[in-house]
Design a protein around this ligand. Structure first.
Ligand SMILES: *Cc1c(COP(=O)(O)O)cnc(C)c1O
Length: 389
């Protein structure tokens, strides 16, 4: 790594990149390879590859215990888990969601001929603004999907109050919030159900995977049926369904990654702190903070480039990329400005001023177990030299 002290040291000004190997956002966190390979040997030994296998059942139990919730129904990915949750809950017509989220939150509805209606966010937390949700309710609205963005609990109580006032169903996309809490209670216990993602880039991964977590027995049972074509027993199909099953090799990855969670949290937390110190005092640059009274996974280092910053967000991203630091815009330009929603709702942005502002400010920085404090100093040095020009 080279040291960056002044503009002439920056790769965008012709110097060599700071990193030979790129630093990525969302580089997977991987537990013990040895333990994983042992599981794989066992899977071959028993020739039980999928269909409610023993490793998947163990993973479901452990994920449920970890979140203090009654049921965990594991799935092949988070998006399918969302789709099944939406269907099991009987959502229809219109469902209110944030636009500042991963596109899957909206697509899971559209895929089932349900209209996602985008509500604005609170710029301080990036989570849904309950007052904005209230404004988007129409006679066709059947529910709300809150998203615990960056792992921070959405305003659950306020959203529940809106849902109760209007007879709406409430569920959560908790793809970012594995192992997090809200008001001291673990994520997984809110709304009718919550959906986790175990995608490779998430805090906890099973290569690809996801789950519905809920305390509702009936909903869990319906989700289990839907996950396996509606089979209640051999030759007995009692429900419409699809194939949402998690395979054993994915569950094996989950089991070893569960054992490594504490070290991932420790690394992420240490990285957050290092970034915070290294970026302190730069004009217009701020890091989204965590509520230390809650459990956090610290998976996302979210930097905002405000108006007081002398260089633009896009210029910072360009300079970081030139150094092989693959920082990313996130949820830019917002679901409402992606297809098909952009064409379906060309004026949605008029009611989403905070979403558009935040989407234009955010840079997510690389973190995780593969990055050390030296690397973070270099990332920060690039930003500092750019900003101080
Ligand atoms: C990752 C993610 C999903 C989709 O999960 P997959 O497991 O990748 O299908 C849904 N919603 C949000 C907010 C996500 O970040």
């Amino acid at each position: 790594m080279k040291s960056i002290h002044e503009p002439k040291d920056l790769a965008i000004n012709g110097a060599p990149p700071a990193f030979e190997q790129p630093l990525h956002v969302g580089r997977p966190n991987i537990g013990s390879r040895e333990a994983f390979l042992k599981h794989v040997e066992n899977i071959f030994e028993h020739r039980w590859l999928s269909n409610n296998g023993p490793l998947m059942q163990e993973l479901e139990q452990r994920v449920a215990d970890h979140h203090n919730v009654k049921h965990c129904v594991a799935m092949c990915n988070g998006t399918l888990a969302l789709e099944i949750a939406i269907r099991a809950l009987g959502l229809e017509g219109e469902v209110i969601v944030p636009s500042f989220t991963f596109i899957a939150t909206a697509h899971a509805l559209h895929w089932q001929a349900i209209t996602p209606v985008f509500a604005d966010i609170d710029p301080a937390t990036h989570n849904l603004d309950p007052a904005a949700v209230r404004r988007m309710i129409t006679p066709r609205t059947s529910g709300i999907i809150g998203v615990h963005l960056w792992g921070r609990g959405a305003p659950v109580d306020e959203l529940q109050a809106v849902a109760d006032d209007h007879g709406l169903k409430l569920m959560f996309d908790a793809a970012h919030a594995f192992g997090c809490s809200y008001k001291g209670k673990m994520i997984g216990n809110f709304g009718a159900c919550e959906v986790l993602s175990f995608h490779a880039t998430k805090f906890f991964n099973t290569f690809e995977g996801g789950a519905i977590v809920t305390n509702n027995d009936e909903l869990a049972e319906t989700a289990r049926l839907m996950r396996n074509f509606g089979f209640a027993a051999i030759d007995e199909v009692v429900h419409p369904g699809t194939n949402g099953k998690m395979i054993e090799v994915a569950a094996a990855m989950g089991l070893v990654n569960l054992d490594a969670l504490d070290s991932v949290i420790a690394a992420n937390r240490c990285n957050q702190q290092a970034y915070r110190e290294a970026l302190a005092g730069l004009p217009g640059i701020s890091l989204l903070s965590h509520d230390e009274s809650e459990r956090n996974n610290y998976q996302y280092v979210v930097m905002e480039v405000g108006e007081k910053c002398p260089v633009s967000r896009d210029r910072i991203i360009e300079a970081l990329h030139a150094e092989n630091i693959r920082a990313r815009k996130y949820f830019w330009p917002g679901c409402h400005r992606m297809q098909p929603y952009r064409e379906l709702f060309p004026h949605a942005g008029m009611l989403l001023p905070n979403t558009q502002r935040v989407a234009d400010r955010v840079v997510v920085l690389p973190t995780g177990t593969t990055i050390d404090n030296d690397a973070i100093s270099d990332v920060a040095a690039v930003i500092r030299v750019l900003v101080n020009g």
